[in-house]
Design a protein around this ligand. Sequence first.
Ligand code: FES
Length: 572
Amino acid sequence: MDKKELRSRGWFGKTGKDGFIYRAWMKNQGFPADEFEGRPVIGICNTFSELTPCNAHFRELAESVKRGVWEAGGFPLEFPVMSLGETLMKPTAMLYRNLASMDVEESIRANPVDGVVLLCGCDKTTPSLVMGACSVDIPTIVVSGGPMLTGRYRGKSIGTSDVWRFSEAYRQGQITQEEFTTAEACMCRSQGHCAVMGTASTMACMVESLGLTLPENAAIPAADSRRKVAAHLSGRRIVDMVKEDLRLSQILTREAFENAIRVNAAIGGSTNFVVHLLAIAGRIGVELNLDDFDALSREIPLLVNLQPSGGYFMEDFYYAGGLPVVIKEMLSKLHGDIITVTGKTLAENCANAECFDPEVIATLEKPVKNLTGLAVVKGNLAENGAVLKPSASLNPDLMKHRGRALVFEDIDHYKSRLDDPTLDIDENTVLVLKNVGPKGYPGMPEVGNMGIPKRLLEKGVMDMVRISDGRMSGTGFGTVVLHVSPEAAVGGMLALVQDGDYIELDVDARRLHLDVSDEELERRRAAYKPLELGYDRGYVNLYINHVTQAHEGADLDFLRGCSGDKVTRDSH
Ligand code: FES
């Protein structure tokens, strides 16, 4: 590629006053003059933050990327963007995914970068960075931060999904406060993101199956030196991608999205995958809807035996061969000929993959479970659809269920009511939580996997049908129907459900039905008062006025699409 065509020449290639200004201030960092004479400039988009513990090792990771960029003749420049830490941010990191994506988009476009390396880790940092980069569409490669080493507690392997088990055991008095606190230190014992197939690992697998990373990127533990090697090699590769002008839009075709959906079903990925992939597709201009997720996931069984759907951890997944083994096993069901960031096809990337542990990565012939990792249900209770993860159900009998609703009007109502001893409930009750959708909360928090009422837990009930317009942590499990659209806060049918109503879930028939007569629903509709969404300033105001429903990706309506890499005005 002719050096004159590099985007960065619009800054560093200028003569006169403008060129002086663009270069002179950069030289205060000690860069010699020839760095500005036509090397591809590679932005390293860093979500490092001590408030995002899963990404707290990213300064080091960025140094490995830089080594690779320098080696390949590029000029690396690291820049920070808003970092979204899942565990600390209130009310929920999801509220800020779209804001972070705007930061990423504008930071890339406004600066003299020819290609970009996205350093992603904790749940929302992957979709926000990919969404933002898609709206600019320059050569881009993703480097994930990698999962933590498997936690060890009293001789047992533990990970994030055990938080729910520990907290249920604590609620029932089966473990002491001291044991609970000890488990905290045992679970997160190295740098990296959650060690199970939660949302962060799902996102890392998503970008690998989309073709946006080097092979094996998803599973290498953060603490393994091979994680740094992957970062180093990605630094080398992005320089070549700039020379080849290999952009996101060439990689992110409809076929690439179809591959990612099928792989997600096979790995038992997080239900959050749906809302994030829809948002990414919306940015790059690929048509995708909930029905695609259902149709493409339908005949895909669970191949990966990782928590929360199975028993192992990301570290085991890496030692077993990682995602390339899954992709190779599934090639007959994938578009193997799509191009990836390596410049090779998806099939070529996994040609040498080998499974070293069939307990962890199974085959299509003998899968871990026949239940798929994702299903979309529809009906009068979710006209635009709702999602659930059959592979994470603890009681497959609940896949077809009819039960009476116990309704929580919002999260506070749920907290105050769940353990009310006077409630008329049993294991057949369907728990319904309203007003935790994109607008209603706002921000669509991960509260959909409501706890089992204490007195049922004591009777040994471990799973119940739960329905809400919120999300569930990728590390959560159970028969949990999520992302009900339209949400209660915009007058969806969910808003009209009352205690004692019968609800029918039939996953095989993909049906979610509120069994109440049309006349009664009409009566309730007439009496319905919309929720007051009381935020009149700042980002939250912008968010509630523009966020789309879950089945559309919960992006801001004006962010869909791509504005390209041209700056709005080219002057200084
Ligand atoms: Fe960051 Fe789980 S909290 S990945």
